[in-house]
Design a protein around this ligand. Sequence first.
Ligand SMILES: [Zn+2]
Length: 408
Amino acid sequence: MHYCRHCASALELPFIDLGHQPPSNAYLTHEQLDEAQCTYPLKVYTCTHCWLVQSPAHAAPNELFTEDYAYFSSMSQSCLTHARDYVTAMQARFGLDSGDLICEIASNDGYLLQYALADGMRILGVEPTAAAAQVARGKGIRTETRFFGTTPAAQLLDIYGPAALMPANNVLAHVPDINDFAAGFAVMLAPEGVATFEFPHLMSLLGGLQFDTIYHEHYSYLSLIAVTRILTQAGLRIFDVEELATHGGSLRVFACRERAAHETQPTVADFLRREEAAGLKSEVAYGTLQRAAETIKNDLLTFLIRESKAGRRVAGYGAAAKGNTLLNFSGVRRDLLSFVCDRAPLKQGRYLPGSHIPICSPEQLAKDHPDTVLILPWNIAAEVVQQQACVREWGGRFAVAVPEFRFL
Ligand SMILES: [Zn+2]
């Protein structure tokens, strides 16, 4: 039996079972192809008490976020634009000045803080991945290499003082001890400080059949209903919510100390009502994803097998976690998908975990002229089609598999 990471109730309602899979960011070297690879159950439950959708922790965080964890935020232009716009918007809305501390949690390679630094703000990044933290320091961004929670927050508060703004983008879903993590913000925020949390919205996952956003490093799948409970227990109050297009549909939640002056906006109650209307406080809504994922898998396999029989070649684009969940759940191997391109130099020359499909630079497309390029991170499909326009020159097509198989 597993228990809810927020409220400790027994987890009895299955959400989806994607079989056993290796950690999705464990990209392999050529030598590692002949070694054993650990797999863990990728099974997600819904807590029917607090409605937090979650996978029980199987791998320790330090096993998942290793030194060479190959994800760098700055690789994506849309991510950089989003970060720059965020910094500008927060400065304007909360009247931040150069003496105010912006402390970003999960600051990665400094993709966001670089804009605050350029504006002369006091900045601090907190990032558990040594390689990403090193890149950030190279840009002059002060970075502490560590996980976040109440104990680190108290230590950071001693050294750097309270924070006026604490961005935490795409990290809330990734922390095993979500209660202690959330409570850390209440420790470090200034009395009128603001924490913002961005996370993929559970309603988008369900509506867009985005089962491939499920992977081990992703412990929680968040609704505003669940996040409200978690932040309230941590001593924070949500005073505004925005909907974002990132990651297939995300929320940005603004939180402050319970008694701070920030007025709670009507958006908060509006979003909670929308989630309730979508059934997120009843068991029914949580029981549909398994069958949908199986249909997507069958349609993808039907296409790949047909192409293989006809002697046509299919390559993948984007060696991201999403692709690994889809390919490993579907049992796709190199015979059906000859290679996957990715712009990140750290991934090139390596192999996808589980499927052992080689990762090449995007230049490989022009050498190989595949008939179809299957874009695995569907959320950046438009960007990829534009960047790799050359594929059309030899009559190649682009396709995505989620929420349904289709050509672009
Ligand atoms: Zn719970």
